[in-house]
Ligand binder design. Structure first.
Ligand code: C2O
Length: 547
């Protein structure tokens, strides 16, 4: 195994898209940012230098961070932000994982423009458990705002309405020809007939689950969230924000040189309110040579499911099964020590004075887990925990069951107000944990992609309506459930997942739709040290930023 060094310089950059020039934050002047490339087992050190006025942190989304909780990155959870003129070196090992993940800023909405791929190749002497591709390509789906995304979140927080939606989706930073004056800004992938390509798909959008497809080509999904699955063919892939997937693309040996096809992404959305329902397209071109835009462009867009096609989404997620071989076994708890039932969804909060709020009855929108909107403290929880100074920073009384139970997929309760608290759940080291996440449809049934830091979990069950503790567990899959770090709680339904709490530290869990995170759909776990030295959280690194 190797040690790999990276330097990330955070700077402003003027970026022009859709005829709007916006001063955005970037890493090393790149949008999307530079890829981290390493092999399984490598140690990676990334020195992040903040040259801007804003505070910054970076999260390595999906990296297990075993014993390296100080490198996880969520602001005020595992670290204080890196302030102007300061730097912090994230230092961790990529153990037991191979595939594609993403890194992104983890403070406010800075991840809109501060994000990039993490590519974990198999160990040098190991191969993929599927056909070796001729070439690998990262495909990052993102969003573009014609204004500074930070002004959008300010509005979403103040009025609890909106937020203003993005102005375009992008493929590797390019909106593509369906947007006004954007046809030159199009992603192109040049391929050869009869070859196999590994596409490393990443959804880095802030607030949108996205369908992805390539016209006249089917895709073979071979992994999700850097875990191998039983391969299956599909025309369309769904990615929630924060999710990643490796898919094989076989080019047709019979397509002639200069054949051109469109790839496209557009949202899956079941909630209420406005959203960006535009489509980004890129070009798949059988090279060599120059690739003109095909005309007329609209007839060549691949068939994507309808915007609210929950049937497609359900069928797609049911196809995801862990590879579950001797070499890549599943490690799903067969029995459970700690059981949690959490409601996740939207609620309301009082409208601030002098504001016009957009929630029901003049309230502003809020979001919660078990009716609690998690409040971020002004110092890092992990530091307070490590130095045993919880007082005034956090509490450990997070409810294991909803505070006000009601029929979650029936008539909404009269009171939808959430309460605020920095309350955590404490787990003994190596506890086997089961979490049922019940979507509430108080304010429009919407799917919530929940992300857990520091762990992968196994999705043992999912369904629609209210979870039934007497019936549903009988159908749990404890044989080959898919292993993920981010999973969509279906609109008007639930998921159940299990994991072993084998990683000491403080771990964030939240909806990966950034507007819901900001509104409070977030919580955190403390996992206690185990008895052995390699089961304890080591002390913080010397350069850990101060608040
Ligand atoms: Cu990818 Cu806490 O986030």
């Amino acid at each position: 195994a190797k040690t790999r060094h990276y330097t990330f310089n955070i700077r402003y950059q003027n970026v022009t898209k859709l005829r709007h020039t916006v001063r955005v934050l970037t890493v090393n002047h790149q949008l999307p940012g530079p890829p981290l490339v390493a092999r399984e087992g490598d140690r990676v050190l990334i020195k992040v230098i903040n040259h801007v006025a804003e505070n910054v942190t970076i999260h390595w989304h999906g990296v297990r961070q075993l014993q390296t909780g100080w490198a996880d990155g969520p602001a005020y959870v595992t670290q204080c932000p890196i302030q102007t003129g300061q730097s912090y070196t994230y230092n961790f090992t990529l153990n037991g994982q191979r595939g594609t993940l993403l890194w992104h800023a983890h403070i406010s909405w800075l991840r809109a423009t501060i994000h990039g791929p993490i590519i974990i190749l198999p160990r040098r002497n190991e191969s993929y458990p599927f056909e070796n591709p001729h070439k690998e390509v990262a495909i990052i789906l993102g969003e573009w705002f014609n204004v500074n995304p930070e002004s959008v979140i300010q509005q979403a927080l103040q009025t609890g309405g909106g937020p203003n939606v993005s102005d375009a989706y992008t493929i590797n930073g390019h909106p593509g020809p369906l947007y006004n004056s954007s046809s030159k800004d199009t992603f192109k992938l040049k391929v050869k007939a009869g070859n196999t390509y590994l596409l490393r798909l990443i959804n880095a959008a802030l607030n949108d689950e996205l369908f992805f497809s390539i016209a006249n080509h089917s895709l073979t999904v071979v992994d999700v969230d850097a875990s191998y699955i039983k391969p299956f063919q599909t025309d369309v892939v769904l990615l929630s924000p924060g999710q990643t997937s490796n898919v094989l693309l076989k080019t047709n040996p019979n397509f002639p040189i200069n054949s051109t096809f469109l790839m496209a992404a557009r949202p899956y959305f079941t909630g209420q309110g406005t959203f960006d329902n535009s489509t980004t397209v890129g070009i798949l071109h059988y090279g060599p040579g120059h690739s003109p835009l095909p005309t007329p462009i609209t007839t060549l867009i691949p068939n994507l499911p309808a915007i609210n096609d929950t049937n497609f989404v359900t069928n797609f997620s049911r196809k995801l099964r862990s590879l579950a071989t001797a070499k890549f076994p599943v490690n799903v708890p067969q029995t459970v020590d700690k059981q949690f039932f959490f409601t996740v969804g939207l609620g309301t909060a009082p409208c601030p004075k002098n504001a016009t709020c957009q929630g029901p009855n003049g309230t502003k929108f809020a979001a919660s887990v078990n009716n609690i909107s998690f409040a971020l403290p002004s110092t890092a929880i992990l530091e307070a925990y490590f130095s045993r100074r919880a007082n005034g920073v956090y509490r450990t009384d997070f409810p294991v069951k909803p505070v006000f139970p009601f029929n979650y997929t029936g008539t909404p309760p009269n009171n939808t107000l959430v309460s605020n608290s920095t309350s955590l759940v404490v787990l003994p080291f190596n506890a086997s944990v089961e979490v049922v996440l019940q979507g509430t449809s108080i304010l429009g049934a919407e799917s919530h992609p929940l992300h857990l830091h520091g762990f992968n979990f196994y999705i043992v069950g999912e369904g629609f309506g209210n979870f039934d503790p007497n019936k549903d567990p009988a159908n749990f899959n404890l044989v080959d459930p898919v292993e993920r770090n981010t999973a969509g709680v279906p609109a008007g339904g639930w998921i159940a997942f299990r994991f072993f709490a084998d990683n000491p530290g403080v771990w964030f869990m939240h909806c990966h739709l950034d507007v819901h995170t900001s509104w409070g759909l977030r919580m955190a776990w403390i996992v206690l040290d185990g008895p052995k030295p390699n089961q304890k959280l080591p002390p913080p690194p010397a350069d850990l930023p101060k608040c």
